[in-house]
Design a protein around this ligand. Structure first.
Ligand SMILES: NC(=O)c1ccc[n+]([C@@H]2O[C@H](COP(=O)([O-])OP(=O)(O)OC[C@H]3O[C@@H](n4cnc5c(N)ncnc54)[C@H](O)[C@@H]3O)[C@@H](O)[C@H]2O)c1
Ligand SMILES: [Zn+2]
Ligand SMILES: [Zn+2]
Length: 391
């Protein structure tokens, strides 16, 4: 079959790879109908995530049709139209029983690398390096889905593909951030980053009852999408002092909840940004945390900061003093999507949650190298490049 693979730093190629097969009883094989790029893939392309090998199939946000079912699968049938969560979880271990699915003890068959990095290993993820399990990704004609009863969800008939697709990762991640940050009715929520994840965190916060939601970015097309499709307020950080603006809009108090949806390659206009970039490029720090710093500084006393953006290792100039003295709750996670996808599909079916606007560029899988380039450079307003493996 054809698949888009990692071919080295900033290189994606499309090649012929072996078809996947059922390896375990609880696997299904999915014929991929749609698969899309995520900001997390940019960290892979940039070479910031360890243990990628040339030839690894990329992609973790996808949907498709079940074409083969392992003997241990209970609830999926050949022909089911499903959307699959990006993280792989068994459904039975202690973490899965707490609904902390991305921390599954059985999702990553290769835990040694992340145990070395972080003390313990989270679960596995499709197409996300050998550190995260070495699973083949979804930018392919077919993909093996382990623990399919736990990670795949039948899409209601009334939800179209360009809506359902994003329940896989962007929406479930955004929803998790808004929920686990403790968003309550009446809250003010600020979100850094207007990519797919940040936009969906903002929408989730609204559906959870937040009274005021503000999204911060510098890309005008994305800020325009936030206004039109999400219905939140916006701040352009390239022309506005974010701290002062947030204080101003919240009667001097600051947001109750701050969600960071930018990650380790954050852009920064100040001296600190140059410092971070140089240190990251010299491999003296692995990540550029400018949006996390700003979220901690802007958050109201006693508020909550949730880090959705992906980070890999130690960071510098981390305002621990502000977090401690302001009594903040600081939390982060990879997506526990299995916990939210049924509710998300319900909101999608009722038209309360729309995502079609994120699919700015739809193309055949053969064009994946071009799609990745556009997504990385945010060319032509690209928010997500969606690939169609079967035309
Ligand atoms: N926790 C999870 O499970 C999970 C899942 C999916 C994605 N992610 C991560 O979430 C992050 C966002 O993903 P995405 O797909 O939306 O990415 P994206 O690259 O499409 O969007 C990132 C946005 O952040 C903006 N940005 C950069 N620096 C900023 C700053 N200092 N302040 C405010 N905005 C800034 C960019 O302009 C861009 O619009 C990435 O780090 C990704 O790896 C995490
Ligand atoms: Zn992702
Ligand atoms: Zn588990």
């Amino acid at each position: 079959m054809r698949a888009a693979t990692w071919a080295g730093v900033d290189e994606v190629s499309v090649e012929t790879v072996p078809d996947p097969a059922i390896l375990n009883d609880r696997d299904v094989i999915l014929k991929v109908s749609r698969t899309t790029t995520c900001g997390s893939d940019l960290h892979l392309l940039g070479g910031y995530v360890p243990a990628m090998r040339a030839g690894d199939v990329l992609g973790h946000e996808f949907m498709g049709e079940v074409v083969e079912v392992g003997p241990g699968v209970r609830d999926r049938r050949v022909g089911d139209r499903v959307v699959v969560n990006s993280f792989i979880a068994c459904g039975n271990c202690w973490y899965c029983r707490q609904e902390l699915y991305s921390l599954c003890d059985n999702g990553n068959p290769n835990p040694g690398i992340t145990e070395g990095l972080w003390g313990q290993s989270p679960g596995g993820c499709f197409g996300y390096s050998h550190a995260m399990g070495g699973f083949a990704g979804s930018h392919a004609e077919y993909v093996r889905v382990p623990y399919a009863d736990v990670g795949s969800f039948v899409v209601p008939e009334e939800v179209g593909d360009d809506r359902a697709l994003f329940a896989s990762d962007a929406v479930s991640t955004g929803w998790m951030g808004a929920d686990l940050a403790g968003t309550k009715p009446g809250d003010t929520v600020a979100v850094w980053g207007a990519g797919g994840v940040g936009q969906m965190a903002a929408r989730a916060a609204m559906l959870l009852g937040a009274e005021q939601v503000v999204v911060i970015d510098r890309l005008t097309e994305r800020l325009e999408q936030v206004r039109r499709h999400v219905g939140a307020e916006v701040v352009d950080y390239s022309t506005t002092d974010v701290m002062a603006e947030l204080r101003e809009r919240t009667g001097g108090r600051g947001p109750d909840v701050c969600i960071e949806a930018v990650g380790m390659e954050a852009h920064s206009t100040g001296v600190q940004g140059v410092y971070d970039q140089v240190k990251q490029q010299l491999r003296l720090q692995t990540d550029r945390p400018s949006a996390v710093r700003e979220a901690i500084m802007a958050c109201r006393k006693g508020g909550s900061v949730f880090v959705l953006g992906v980070f890999a290792g130690p960071v510098d100039k981390f305002p621990l003093g502000a977090a401690m003295n302001k009594g903040l709750t600081l939390r982060g996670a990879q997506v526990h999507g299995q916990r939210y996808m049924p509710r998300i599909l319900g909101h999608m079916a009722r038209g309360e949650l729309t995502t079609e606007h994120l699919a700015t560029h739809v193309m055949p899988l053969e064009d994946a190298p071009r799609g990745y380039r556009m997504f990385k450079d945010k060319e032509d307003g690209c928010v997500r490049a969606v690939f169609l493996p079967h035309g």
